[in-house]
Design a protein around this ligand. Structure first.
Ligand code: AVJ
Length: 331
């Protein structure tokens, strides 16, 4: 029997809606773009480079927390199927796979990512590395994946969402997301969440304005992606990367600033809009969390935090939660 299964969730209906959210974002004031357009195959490669930058502390900090506590996490949950949202190269998840391979045979892992390219490369690598591993790769968005999660093959499962990607959601999207996760999981199942914490703005701003300009290239690449995908005419030389910490909202904002007044067309969407010189498109927010407030919110969505881990600087948090019963779910 094959150890690898693929599920592609990109329905044609979803593709149409994706184009619509580009238009919707560009019609707003200020203009915005959904940040998942960063993650085409090239963008995912840029992101991998970001993770290794000296200024970008989140990846290595979360990695160090996982190095210390992966086996404790596995002990707390016992054998379970691992489902990961936004798995990318699964580099941090390998620590969990190591820890769970002591309990689980077969070891069941479902990586989910919008970038089918990185998903495939990673899946093949992992199968080679872990002989006990059974993989079920899902190419699609978080919304699609959570709504259409295949039934668990093992008795228990843990949904993994690392890298503080939850910080990319606006307050409303964040609430909707937690509600979806609650519905996707059975009482007793686990949710492992990694979040970037509030800290000195200088450290935050450096992390999104690296000296080598990789974050800028990553930001600009979303325009190349739109050009390719929707026959756009963005000229990357007419835009600058701009990232800063918004202290009121506790979030990093990444923008692309138009250097000239220009009209942008996305031919495949029959859409055009004008950007003034100096006008920006906000391409990402990255919210920074306050642990006690986050714990309260999770509790209101029926997630009981079992354990919260941080690094010695308190820069990053990792929370293991268990889905509780609500109302009449449990006898
Ligand atoms: C891993 C998606 C959460 O917001 O820090 C890195 C993406 N953007 N540098 C983040 C990102 C700019 C990253 N996420």
């Amino acid at each position: 029997m094959s150890r690898l299964r693929w599920i592609t969730l990109n329905s044609s209906e979803a593709l149409i809606r994706e184009g619509e959210d580009v238009i919707q974002g560009l019609e707003q004031t200020p203009k915005t773009l959904p940040c998942r357009y960063f993650y085409d195959d090239r963008g995912s490669q840029f992101f991998e480079q970001i993770c290794d930058l000296p200024e970008y502390y989140p990846t290595r900090t979360e990695q160090s927390i996982l190095e210390t506590y992966a086996s404790e996490i596995a002990q707390l949950t016992g054998a379970c199927e691992l489902v990961e949202l936004g798995s990318g190269s699964s580099r941090k998840t390998r620590l969990l796979l190591e820890a769970y391979s002591q309990f689980s045979d077969p070891l069941q892992y479902c990586p989910i990512d919008v970038s089918a390219g990185i998903l495939k490369t990673t899946a093949l690598e992992l199968l080679h590395q872990y002989p006990k591993l059974k993989l079920c790769g899902l190419a699609g968005t978080y919304e699609q994946a959570l709504d259409q999660l295949p039934p668990a093959e093992l008795e228990n499962r843990m949904l993994i969402f690392l890298g503080s990607t939850i910080g990319n959601l606006s307050e409303a999207e964040y609430q909707q997301f937690l509600d979806r996760v609650r519905k996707a999981l059975q009482p007793g199942e686990f949710f492992l969440l990694g979040v970037d914490l509030q800290k000195d703005p200088a450290i935050l701003e450096a992390a999104y304005n690296d000296a080598q300009g990789i974050t800028a290239a990553f930001n600009l690449n979303s325009l190349s992606h739109l050009n390719w995908r929707f026959q756009g005419n963005f000229n990357l030389e007419q835009f600058d990367h701009w990232a800063f910490y918004n202290t009121t909202e506790h979030q990093i904002e990444m923008h692309l600033r138009s250097l000239v007044t220009q009209t942008i067309a996305l031919e495949a969407l029959a859409f055009q809009t004008t950007l003034q010189a100096g006008e920006t498109i906000r391409t990402e927010i990255s919210r920074k969390f306050h642990l006690p407030a986050l714990v309260k919110t999770l509790e209101t969505y029926a997630f009981q935090p079992l354990q919260v881990w941080t690094d010695p600087n308190n820069w990053f948090g990792l929370l293991l939660c268990q889905r509780q019963c609500i109302s009449d779910e449990c006898p």
